[in-house]
Design a protein around this ligand. Sequence first.
Ligand SMILES: C[S@@+](CC[C@H](N)C(=O)[O-])C[C@H]1O[C@@H](n2cnc3c(N)ncnc32)[C@H](O)[C@@H]1O
Length: 453
Amino acid sequence: MAKSPTEVELDVVNLSEDGLGGATLNDRPIWIRNALPGERVIARILKRRGGKKFADGRLVDSAGSEVNANKDRVPSACEYFPRCGGCAMHHISADAQLLHKQNSLAEELLRVAVEPGQWRQPSALVRTGYRRKARMGVRVVGENVLVGFRESFSNRVARIDHCLTLTKELSALLPDLKSTIAAMSEPHTIPQLEVAQGDSSVAILVRHLQPLSAEDRELWCHFELKHRVQVLLQSKGYDTLARLNEQDEVMALDYKIPEYGLSLQFYAHQFTQVNALMNRELVRTALGYLGNITGHIVADMFCGIGNFTLPLARAGAKVVGIEGSQEATLMGQNNAQRNGLSEQCHFADEDLYSETASAEADASMSATMRHFGQFPQALILDPPRSGAGPNLESWVTSPELEQIVYVSCNPKTFADDAKRLSDAGFVLREVGIYDMFPNTAHVETIGHFVRGI
Ligand SMILES: C[S@@+](CC[C@H](N)C(=O)[O-])C[C@H]1O[C@@H](n2cnc3c(N)ncnc32)[C@H](O)[C@@H]1O
């Protein structure tokens, strides 16, 4: 019989960046979900790793009252929290989540001794129903199939019927996704699904380990017709994505940025910001920082499918978008063409982390020189979690460069790169957080750097 997890009663002393309450057990750290500083909780130990323990917590009930609760605690709006690991902060009030995320960023900046000129008011527009993309695990349990996020500190798939974080359209698909997989001849050959939503359509990416029988394809055709979505089968990597009828073309999804009169296409597996409303706000803020850019040369580093590139071009700049995925730059070019901006923006695919890139082959300068005969006056940086990479200094050497807008999904690497920019002579004029992922521990940061005097 499986051993049930050990339970211990503990006093919580702090809150980690990941939204975990910190305590000590036998002089070793223990991190607890659903636990806040000042609270006494019963911690159910779920995982041990590298001398640390990880647990789910529940408040010790002080004679039925909640006197023990931290003042920022709120009842979770999600019935699956904290078991489902998709979110980490449903027990914390919206204001306290924002403050905690901003404080985490402030601590990172303090660590590298970069003092921002000013803090931007945190931006938060939606709390639920915002997530347009997700990868979800699939697990067969007897007759039933589970589709969901992983449970906290475990590889198990959480048992959920709906999700408050997903858009309501994606959440509503969960029951039928489960029953469709359950009806397949070999449900256990489906290890995961991805869901992606654009403004006008939805795609479901079904990862399968074995070819589908004709009957199984029929089931998914039925799903496709019933929900008016596009089902894509994925036998290996994303390059194997195919429609149910292999002759049919994989269709792109799209999203609009109405403030700039733009409609951008993307394939379901390509990177796009998951929170559409907050993304529009982020783009507006980034361009607001740059001011009047009519006729200016801008390099959009890590540009993806052109989420900033096209608005910059629409605002009158001449832009080069640089990005590691050739598929993304091709989509960027296609987006520029569809929006009548081919003259104003160009795309280049380059590995911006390549250690062999020398100052002479500097990506931003060489690409803007090639297309517009000038060095960039402004840079947008929107790298992955790992940060801008080893070549950052070489992108900021030209005296023409006046300002940089840095968008980041990782406060740690943002702070490290802010220090490097500061050493290179740029001042962090303003910084702020964007709550792109409410109720999770993730946060988006935006910083505006200007050349120091
Ligand atoms: C956070 S996304 C930003 C994309 C885009 N700016 C947007 O708002 O949709 C980071 C992008 O960096 C790209 N990337 C990752 N590693 C890279 C590398 N080594 N060189 C160039 N681009 C890279 C990814 O393909 C992805 O499109």
